[in-house]
Design a protein around this ligand. Structure first.
Ligand SMILES: *Cc1c(COP(=O)(O)O)cnc(C)c1O
Length: 224
């Protein structure tokens, strides 16, 4: 088992001081690691793969808050809709529609974050500023009765260039502040940005939810 409890405590202290919520990203990690961190007090976990999430949900404690943070295909929403706590990677309106449909079926309201494309890389999914604006001014969101858009999520470029990352986080924060005006009522309150390598910078730019994996659980091994 490779959970770094000391690191966990020091990160948690730092986050609490800044009123930032920690999502422990446990993808590829065995149930024992999640259970160990759970026993230490952590309740919010993040997963990227539907099948892995479904399996973990079935065998781990029922009061875990499961955050789906990966790229979600529409045809798989139904598997996580009964229990998922928040879906971070909503990167198209088609996906939003499907989440709403499954929310209706499950008779629950599913919290979502819209994923915004801020990185320079072509491979990252998400709305751009224009598409986000179009969606918000269209008023269509109000017709989705069983999703609640809680905020935005973004991933910065895979880079160590602090100036670039800073620019990307600042851009996402400005989208967040603008979009907030389109959601009166106080539900639009979450800005999910920052991972192991850049969470401190993300917090300094206004993040209030960070997704941290390798600092807590060690490096991931995809070869198994
Ligand atoms: C894997 C992953 C993380 C965590 O990455 P670390 O570098 O291990 O902290 C955060 N967000 C998303 C979307 C991820 O896929």
């Amino acid at each position: 088992m490779a959970v770094n409890f000391e690191q966990y405590e020091s990160i948690l202290k730092e986050l609490t001081a800044n009123q930032v919520k920690l999502i422990a990203v446990s993808k590829t990690k065995p149930n024992e690691d999640l259970q160990a961190l759970y026993d230490f007090g952590q309740r919010a976990f993040g997963e990227n793969y539907v099948q892995e999430l479904v399996d973990k949900e079935a065998s781990l404690p029922k009061d875990i808050q499961w955050h789906f943070i990966g790229h979600l295909q529409s045809n798989k929403v139904k598997y996580i809709a009964p229990f998922v706590f928040m879906i971070h990677g909503v990167d198209s309106e088609k996906l939003l529609q499907e989440i709403n449909k499954q929310g209706v079926k499950q008779n629950r309201i599913i919290d979502c974050l819209l994923q915004i494309h801020i990185a320079t890389e072509e491979t990252k999914f998400g709305f751009d500023g224009h598409a986000l604006h179009e969606l918000l001014v269209s008023g269509r969101v109000a017709s989705y009765s069983n999703v609640r858009i809680r905020g935005l999520m973004g991933m910065a470029s895979f880079s160590e260039d602090q100036t670039l990352l800073s620019k990307e986080f600042t851009l996402l924060k400005s989208y967040f502040d603008n979009a907030k005006r389109a959601f009166p009522g106080g539900h639009f309150d979450t800005l999910s940005m920052g991972m192991s390598s850049d969470y401190q910078l993300a917090i300094s730019k206004g993040s209030n939810m960070v997704r941290i994996g390798s600092l807590l659980f060690g490096a991931r091994n995809y070869s198994k």
